[in-house]
Design a protein around this ligand. Sequence first.
Ligand code: NAP
Length: 249
Amino acid sequence: MHVLILGGTTEARALAESLHARGERVTTSLAGRVAAPRLPSGEVRIGGFGGTEGLTVWLREQRVEVLIDATHPFAGTISFNAARAADQAHVPLLALRRPGWVPGEGDDWHLVDSLPQAADALSGLGERVFLTTGRMGLASFAHLDTLWFLVRSVDAPEPPFPPRMEVLLDRGPFTLESERELLRRHGIEVLVTKDSGAAATAPKLTAAREAGIPVVLVRRPPVPEGVPVAATVEEAVSWAYADLERGRR
Ligand code: NAP
């Protein structure tokens, strides 16, 4: 079968690996945001499709039989495009989404729905902020000129960004020890992050809890209505085969 995986996550790479090892034709699509991405097994295409229409044409021309949206939980536009394109091209679609993080005892989480709301929520929580929401959303914090930000991202951010900022270029996985040390060394008073749910980046939440540091957590956007969701790579693989069977019957 030809499976198109919309990627950009650890799970998407694991899924490509799993289906490719079973002898399936797998193409992973990456947006092209990261300069040197970790490449998955199978075929890879890089760059946008040109909206819903472009993706619909691609699905038809490449005879895609199963589409799996394994993008980051916060990549909302491509997920909605995928839902519409799958509908138009009559291709079964599944979303692969790792579960979100769950607060534990001692956590001081402030839940918000967007980056601008996260910026508003910082008032009174602390002046030294550890920001791990990605380099693309820094404009929402650019007006906060009395706060200091430690920004961790894979590639260097471009303006607009906050005037008082230090950038740490790095990508997970991160350890609890290194996260504890980072918070301590920079005198961090508040953490801002998105509920990606990734194990590779969860240790910062534990380190924040231990240090009594509040966390401003941005909630996920919803998965498009009617799209089935798998929580694990194994579930997504089973679903892909079940759907393929149905399609060929
Ligand atoms: P987005 O807002 O949902 O998408 C914006 C546009 O980028 C889409 O309309 C599409 O362009 C293109 N695009 C996005 N993902 C694509 C993919 N996998 N393959 C081909 N084109 C894609 O997405 P985003 O938040 O900018 O994220 C971009 C990528 O980075 C995603 O694939 C995601 O998995 C990964 N990522 C995102 C985050 C995050 O926090 N948002 C974090 C880690 C990784 P066209 O309309 O031209 O098709």
